[in-house]
Design a binder for this molecule. Structure first.
Ligand SMILES: Cc1ncc(COP(=O)(O)O)c(C=O)c1O
Length: 377
C-alpha cells in the first residue's frame, strides 16, 4: 500500500457524480466567466466564512494581491509578514510593488511571533499579513491590537486555514480583508487554480471586484482603476459549490486523523507532535511533526521506503531563497524560522485517508525510529 501525502483525486472521486453534473451544467450554459456559478459561489462562500463580501480570484496569490492592493498597498510601502510560509505570501506583496519585511515565528504554532512586530515597524509600514499556517490560526489578538495602535491594514492569509477558529471566531474575520486559496490540495480544493478574497467592508469588496477585471466598475471597457485580469472561471466555481457542502465535515475528518496521529505517535523518540494552541481550533491542513537533530531527511526516506509519502512545508525560508536572499528582507534574527525549516515534516493528511492508513503511517514511522534509523537522537 502506497500512501500519498495529499490526494485531490480521492476528493474528486468521492463527489464525482455531483461534480460531473456541475461541469456539464457550465458547459451547456455557455457562460464561462463571472456567470451564475461564480455569483452563487461567492454568496455561499461569504455566508460560510461569515464575511460580508467574497470576491473570487484566479488563485490564492491573486486573492492576496487584490486584498493588499484594495487596502492601498503600493510602491514605497512595507508589509510585515513571516518568512516561514509559502513564497506566494511574499510574492503577493511584491506584486503590489511593496517591500516584504519578514519576522520570526513562535515555536509552538510556527506562526508569526507578535513580539517581533514592534521591531519590524518603520514609517513606511502599511500592512501586516499573518499567515494561519498548517490550518492553525496565528496569535491574532496582539496582531489586531498592533495594527489598531499604529493605523495599519490587516490582511489575513487564510489559504491553509478554511474554517480555523481563534477564540471561537473564524479566521478571515479579524482584519480588513482575508485571502483563501482553492489549490486542489487545500481544505477546499478546486480542480485547478482558484482563490477568494473576503472582507466585511463593502468599499473594499467593490474595489477588489473592479481590480480583478481591468478596473471596470460600472461600465464594461471603461477602467476606473488600473486593474488586470484576476478572475476565477465558472467551471471552478461550480466544482467549489459542490465541495463547499462538505467542507465542515471534511475538516472534522482531518481533525479525527490528527487525533489518531497524536494518540498513536505520542512518546515516539525524536519526533515532536504538533499541538493546538490554547483558544485555537485547527483545521489540520497539514499534520506537521518535527524531527530533532538533523534527522528529518532520514525520517522522510525511511517513510518513503515503507510506502509513505511525506512533504516538507517549507525547506527554505523566504529570506534564504535564492530569489530573495540578497534583498535583506528579514527584520531581526530568524532562529525559530530556520530551526523549523530544518525539522518540519508533513505526514499524509486528507479527509479520505482511512484510519487503517493512518495506523500504517504510524507503524512505519515507529518501526523506523525503533530500528535506530535515527539512532543519533
Ligand atoms: C500560505 C500560503 N499563502 C498563499 C498561497 C497561494 O495560494 P495559490 O497557490 O492558490 O496561489 C498558498 C498556497 O500554496 C499558501 O500556502
Amino acid at each position: 500500500m502506497n500512501i500519498p501525502q495529499a490526494n485531490p483525486l480521492a476528493s474528486y472521486q468521492e463527489n464525482a457524480a455531483a461534480i460531473d453534473a456541475a461541469i456539464a451544467r457550465v458547459l451547456a450554459g455557455g457562460r464561462y466567466l463571472l456567470g451564475p456559478e461564480t455569483e452563487a459561489f461567492e454568496a455561499e462562500f461569504a455566508a460560510w466564512a461569515g464575511a460580508r463580501e467574497c470576491v473570487s480570484a484566479g488563485s490564492g496569490t491573486e486573492a492576496l494581491h487584490l486584498a493588499l492592493r484594495a487596502c492601498g498597498v503600493g510602491p514605497g510601502d512595507e508589509v510585515i509578514t513571516v518568512s516561514h510560509t509559502a513564497v506566494a505570501t511574499v510574492s503577493a506583496v511584491e506584486l503590489c510593488g511593496a517591500r516584504p519585511v519578514l519576522v520570526d515565528i513562535e515555536p509552538g504554532s510556527m506562526n508569526m511571533d507578535p513580539a517581533r512586530l514592534d521591531g519590524a515597524r518603520t514609517a513606511r509600514t502599511r500592512a501586516v499579513v499573518p499567515v494561519h499556517l498548517y490550518g492553525q490560526a496565528a496569535d491574532l489578538a496582539p496582531v489586531v491590537e498592533f495594527c489598531r495602535r499604529h493605523g495599519l491594514r490587516l490582511v489575513e492569509d487564510c489559504t491553509q486555514a478554511h474554517g480555523a477558529l481563534y477564540e471561537g471566531k473564524a479566521v478571515g474575520t479579524f482584519g480588513d480583508a482575508a485571502a483563501f486559496s482553492f489549490y486542489p490540495t487545500k481544505n477546499l480544493g478546486a480542480l485547478g487554480d482558484g482563490g477568494a478574497a473576503t472582507t466585511g467592508d463593502p468599499a473594499l469588496g467593490e474595489t477588489m471586484r473592479a481590480l480583478r477585471q481591468y478596473g471596470w466598475r460600472g461600465r464594461r471597457y471603461v477602467s476606473e482603476d488600473a486593474g488586470w485580469n484576476g478572475r476565477m472561471d465558472e467551471l471552478q466555481a461550480a466544482v467549489l459549490r459542490v465541495k463547499l457542502r462538505t467542507l465542515d465535515a471534511d475538516n472534522d475528518r482531518r481533525r479525527a486523523i490528527a487525533v489518531q496521529y497524536a494518540q498513536t505517535l505520542v512518546g515516539l523518540r525524536g519526533i515532536s507532535l504538533p499541538t493546538e494552541q490554547p483558544g485555537r481550533r485547527s483545521v489540520w491542513h497539514q499534520y506537521v511533526v518535527r524531527c530533532a537533530n538533523g534527522t528529518r531527511d532520514a525520517v522522510a526516506a525511511g517513510l518513503l521506503a515503507g510506502g509513505v509519502q511525506t512533504l516538507v512545508h517549507y525547506p527554505v525560508p523566504i529570506h534564504l531563497q535564492p530569489a530573495y536572499a540578497a534583498r535583506g528582507l528579514s527584520a531581526g534574527p530568524m532562529t525559530e524560522t530556520e530551526r523549523a525549516a530544518a525539522e518540519v515534516l508533513s505526514l499524509p493528511i486528507f479527509p479520505q485517508l482511512a484510519p487503517e492508513a493512518v495506523a500504517r503511517v504510524c507503524e512505519v514511522l515507529a518501526r523506523f525510529q525503533k530500528s535506530g534509523g535515527c539512532s543519533e537522537m
